[in-house]
Design a protein around this ligand. Structure first.
Ligand code: SF4
Ligand code: SF4
Length: 224
């Protein structure tokens, strides 16, 4: 099979989502780990470490509305490479006229080994887990992600993430002002964590059935 045909087939078989804002289909990128593996790494990973996102050439979050920098939490040798501004809310990376970070070059981040903690730990898959796509400046946005579901625990995480994000989706649809993405995602993760605690309290042999019942109840609510 030719390479072009193989790619076309792979595109056709890739999971897709519908972007309500643009009216376009989105190809979901593979998150590289299951929902429960992702949650475990999110909660047990080194909070000061580097998020291992399979970015694969994507640079969309370099158009983030505001990349905050806490000078007290950064190494002086890194701060020396960063161009920042500050306002009443603190320091943030300066931007180019088109809304991108001032350090974004044609080949990617020009200060990669000195990028601030916000860049090193940012993981757009958190929003993706809840079925959300984070928007940045202009038309820039994070990819939509696909998480392979293999166990009842995986199903429970996806369900919990969807439930945790649902109030924000409702508010968005009714035109209400939403909190910042950072605030929303922290709350979503907190709720997912709480919901998963309830899931783990269910005896192991009843978990799959419990998920089926919850999903059926939600389906009924949406249909109503
Ligand atoms: S938006 Fe996500 S995939 Fe794209 S560069 Fe940022 S972290 Fe990587
Ligand atoms: S410092 Fe580098 S990684 Fe961070 S937003 Fe700027 S260009 Fe992107």
């Amino acid at each position: 099979m030719g390479e072009a045909k193989r790619r076309r087939q792979a595109r056709q078989q890739a999971p897709r989502a519908f972007d309500m804002q643009t009216g376009k289909g989105l190809v979901l990128r593979q998150a590289g780990l299951t929902p429960s593996e992702f949650m475990r790494s999110t909660f047990t990973g080194d909070p000061h470490g580097t998020a291992e996102v399979p970015c694969d050439g994507c640079r969309e979050c370099c158009w983030h509305h505001r990349v905050g920098v806490d000078p007290a939490a950064e190494r002086p040798q890194d701060l020396a490479h960063l161009t920042m501004e500050h306002d009443a809310d603190g320091y943030f990376l300066s931007k180019r006229a088109d809304g991108a970070c001032v350090h974004l070059g044609p080949q990617g981040c020009t200060v990669y080994s000195h990028r601030p903690r916000g860049c090193r730990t940012y993981d757009c898959r958190v929003a993706g887990l809840a079925g959300l796509v984070e928007p940045f400046e202009g038309d820039h946005r994070a990819p939509a992600w696909h998480f392979p579901v293999r166990t009842p625990e995986d199903k429970a995480v996806l369900l919990a993430a969807g439930l945790a994000a649902y109030p924000y989706v409702k508010r968005q649809l009714s035109g209400e002002t939403l909190p910042s993405w950072a605030e929303m995602l922290v709350t979503v993760l907190k709720h997912v964590h709480e919901l998963m605690e309830e899931f783990y309290a269910i005896p192991e042999d009843r978990r799959a059935q419990a998920i089926t019942e919850i999903a059926a109840k939600l389906q009924g609510r949406d249909d109503g």
